[in-house]
Each structure stands twice: as structure tokens, then as C-alpha cells.
Design a protein around this ligand. Structure first.
Ligand code: ADP
Ligand code: MG
Length: 290
């Protein structure tokens, strides 16, 4: 019977760490067109590592890292943690900073000593004092390698660039292959710049939308929904509006205790391959019923 098939699918899922809020989730997950993913921490490990330092004339690498670490020391953003790890590994103690504040989707600024400083995207730098000579082209080349570049700036003088790389999870490429084989369209949604996003999405064989603020992700989900069913997978915390908007919102990863409040389903293990797994379970269940 229908309720019995659904009930057994829900408990089969739960045994594999796939929590679904109810039978309607199974029905919706069996009728999808697009599968949208947040990039950082979902498709990738969410643990970027500093790969390149480019200093402006008269600035040492140690000064560049110290200033950036000072600005970022109160931030829990993955890029901030990468910079703070690099400072710690190099034995650099960040200078005292005050009044740190986030520049939404662009970076963070703070007072370091007597001067204003920020660490932010090249896009932010373009309208706020720019980059050191030659750094624009270097930044673009690093982004084309799939790295995220931030500009470090202090009171009228750009100090340099820090490039970081956040590797895809080990099973991400295979999971995207499975989704495509199931006639689904995987899409990456990211706040990162278009060049970095294109390099990473291209390597994974998926579409992408870049430079998105959280509210842009919500609009993107609404657009995709006009073309058929949409599943959105994210960390469940800063992606809550987009998860809510999607036909099926899925929170993934260890931080999902609160996720089921906003999401329709949760994947408890950090396994991207559980996404095609969940959809296969839903399709098999609905196939049995029909
Ligand atoms: P994502 O969708 O990848 O989580 P975010 O909205 O968190 O993106 O960040 C978008 C962009 O803003 C980053 O790629 C970076 O350029 C910049 N940014 C955000 N927070 C910080 C920070 N703490 N330090 C430096 N840059 C930041
Ligand atoms: Mg984010």
C-alpha cells in the first residue's frame, strides 16, 4: 500500500543517515529537474588553504599575513580561518584590531591601530582604492585556476593578495556524474567570483551561478523552479531562505542539528553521493507505488 511503501522508504533512508520530514518529500524528490548546491562546505570541504601570497612593493609576506590576520581574527568565515591558520603556522601574532564588521558577501573591515583596513574580494577593491600595480591580472590568473583571491588593504595602500583553494570533497565529481546519468541538471550556487566558480564547476561537469548574495540564491531557486522540480542542498544555516524556497530543501553535514527546522530533509554524513542516493530511493519508492 502507499503509506506502507512510504513509511518503509523513510525508515530505510533514516538507517543510511538520510532524514526526510515525510512522504511529500519522497514524492517531490522523485520529480526533479535541477539539483542546486551551495559551493563552500557542501561541494567542497569548506576548509580553504592559503596557496599564494602576492605582496605590494615595500610590503613583506609576514606583514601581509599579519595585517590580514588582524582584520580577520574575530571572523569565523572559512577564508578567515585559512588566513588565521597560515599566520599561526608562520608564528605570526595578529595585531590588535577593533570594530571589525562584515562587508556582506564581500569581506571584512576593521580598525588596525589607527588605520582602517579590510580584507575583501577584488570586486570590493575595485570601488575602494584598488589593487597594487599588476595585481589585477595576477588575481584573474589565480581565479582561473579555481582559487579564491582576497585583497588586503590598509589606509590608502593595497598590501597585496592572498589566494586560497578549497578542494572539492572526494566524492563530489562522482556524485555529479551520477546526477547527470539520472537526467538531472546539477547547478552550483556561490558567492565566489565567476572565474573561480567556472574553474571549479567546469571540473565537476556542472552549471554555475556566481557572485550571489544569500537573497540571490533564493531568486535563482525561484527561476529554476519555473522549469521543473528543484532540490537545493546547503549547510542549512546561511542558506536557509534558499532551502525553504526549493521544492526539496536538503541540509547536509555535521552542523545539521537545527537543519530540519528549515529543510525538508537532512543528510547527516558529509557525503555528496548521498544526494543521488536519496533521489534514487525516492524514485524507486514512487515507482513501486505507481
Ligand atoms: P559562499 O557562497 O562561497 O559561501 P560568501 O558569501 O561567504 O560566499 O563570500 C563571498 C565572497 O566574499 C568570498 O568569495 C570573498 O571574496 C568575500 N568574503 C566574504 N567573507 C570574507 C572574509 N571574512 N574575508 C575575506 N573575504 C571574504
Ligand atoms: Mg557561505
Amino acid at each position: 500500500s502507499v503509506p506502507a511503501s512510504i513509511a518503509s522508504a523513510l525508515s530505510a533512508g533514516a538507517r543510511r543517515g538520510l532524514l526526510m520530514k515525510g512522504g511529500a518529500v519522497i514524492e517531490a524528490a522523485a520529480g526533479l529537474r535541477h539539483v542546486a548546491f551551495d559551493k563552500t562546505g557542501t561541494l567542497t570541504l569548506g576548509k580553504p588553504v592559503v596557496t599564494d601570497l602576492l605582496t605590494a612593493d615595500g610590503v613583506s609576506e609576514a606583514q601581509l599575513i599579519a595585517l590580514a590576520a588582524g582584520v580577520e581574527q574575530g571572523s569565523s568565515h572559512p577564508l578567515a580561518l585559512a588566513i588565521l591558520n597560515r599566520a599561526r603556522d608562520a608564528g605570526i601574532a595578529p595585531p590588535l584590531a577593533q570594530g571589525a564588521r562584515a562587508l556582506a558577501g564581500r569581506g571584512v573591515e576593521a580598525m588596525v591601530g589607527e588605520s582602517l583596513a579590510w580584507v575583501a574580494s577584488p570586486r570590493h577593491a575595485a570601488g575602494n582604492g584598488g589593487m597594487a600595480p599588476g595585481h589585477q591580472a595576477r588575481a584573474e590568473a589565480l581565479e582561473a585556476e579555481g582559487k579564491t583571491v582576497v585583497v588586503v588593504w590598509r589606509e590608502g595602500a593595497p598590501h597585496g593578495l592572498i589566494a586560497m583553494r578549497d578542494e572539492p570533497r572526494a566524492d563530489t565529481a562522482e556524485a555529479m556524474r551520477q546526477l547527470r546519468a539520472m537526467d538531472l541538471v546539477p547547478v552550483m550556487l556561490t558567492g565566489d567570483n565567476a572565474r573561480t566558480a567556472a574553474a571549479i564547476a567546469g571540473g565537476l561537469g556542472m552549471e554555475f551561478r556566481a557572485e550571489m548574495l544569500p537573497e540571490d540564491k533564493l531568486v535563482a531557486i525561484r527561476d529554476l523552479s519555473a522549469q521543473g522540480g528543484v532540490m537545493m542542498i546547503g549547510d542549512g544555516i546561511n542558506d536557509a531562505p534558499a532551502l525553504k524556497q526549493a521544492g526539496v530543501g536538503v541540509a547536509m553535514g555535521s552542523g545539521t542539528d537545527v537543519a530540519l527546522e528549515t529543510a525538508d530533509a537532512a543528510i547527516l554524513r558529509d557525503r555528496v553521493a548521498d544526494v543521488p542516493g536519496l533521489i534514487r530511493l525516492a524514485r524507486a519508492t514512487m515507482g513501486n507505488i505507481r
